[in-house]
Design a protein around this ligand. Structure first.
Ligand SMILES: CC(C)(COP(=O)(O)OP(=O)(O)OC[C@H]1O[C@@H](n2cnc3c(N)ncnc32)[C@H](O)[C@@H]1OP(=O)(O)O)[C@@H](O)C(=O)NCCC(=O)NCCS
Length: 216
């Protein structure tokens, strides 16, 4: 191997292309969205309280179904700007399961090994640690399999539940941009949270994030 080839092999870079795998956590199954999920997803996407801080319009069931069909095709990341979606599915006692939310992963920069994460959960399933469990599992994949150097989240700073989730996951608030977007009829602010690979590796292994109990 030449010196330049050896040096370039050490550059930080996402290990693209990659496909988000299906995986199980203690209480959840994470897997790609499918067309069969349209009703479950519409149950939360059509709610005003769910989309309030999301860059989503309030969709009716038909628009939500179309959106889910489009997002069901987003399973892999190959280049900067690509996004991939994982359904958060909760097994029910009768052997069936219900999609209670979803995770979005965005390749913010492949050469700089930067990923961005996003989340949404049906209100009936909030307050039980499911978002922490699901997002923790995805963060683990980001650092341990996909080669991320930094994973960030952007949110409306009024979204206390999302900020608390970031902090539960070990993300630090890095920035607050004032009036950087015109959002749902008014100027909005954006808070940036992030965690670095070394911060992820240094986490207390007993921290209640459940992401270590992953079954591929
Ligand atoms: C952001 C969002 C996903 C957070 O959901 P959440 O359920 O509050 O998040 P978590 O899974 O971390 O659950 C934490 C809550 O469960 C409780 N909990 C119960 N069991 C728990 C466990 N085993 N582990 C962790 N938390 C647990 C926590 O005490 C906490 O309760 P609290 O809110 O009363 O303090 C949710 O509010 C949401 O979907 N909002 C609408 C969409 C949205 O705004 N998305 C973000 C855009 S940036």
């Amino acid at each position: 191997m030449t010196a330049s080839a050896s040096a370039s092999a050490e550059l930080p870079r996402l290990r693209v292309p990659f496909t988000l795998p299906a995986l199980s956590t203690e209480r959840l199954r994470l897997r790609p969205l499918t067309e069969d999920d349209v009703a479950d997803v519409a149950a939360y996407q059509t709610r005003d309280d769910v989309v309030r801080y999301l860059p989503w319009p309030l969709r009716d069931r038909a628009a939500s179904a179309q959106h889910t069909r489009e997002r069901a095709t987003l399973t892999s990341i190959a280049k900067t700007g690509d996004r991939a979606i994982l359904a958060i599915s909760k097994p029910a006692g009768d052997g069936r399961s219900r999609v209670i939310g979803d995770l979005t992963l965005i390749a913010a920069s492949v050469p700089d090994a930067q990923l961005e994460i996003g989340w949404v959960l049906h209100p009936d399933f909030q307050g039980a640690g499911y978002a922490s469990e699901a997002a923790g599992a995805l963060l683990r994949l980001c650092f341990e399999q996909f080669g991320a150097h930094r994973v960030s989240a952007r949110l409306d700073p009024r979204n206390g539940a999302s900020a608390a989730l970031c902090e539960r996951l070990g993300m630090r608030r890095e920035a607050l941009f004032r009036h950087d977007i015109f959002f749902k009829g008014e100027w909005g602010d954006t808070a940036i949270y992030a965690i670095l690979a070394e911060e992820w590796a240094a986490r207390d292994p007993q921290a209640p994030r459940d992401s270590r109990r992953i079954v591929p």
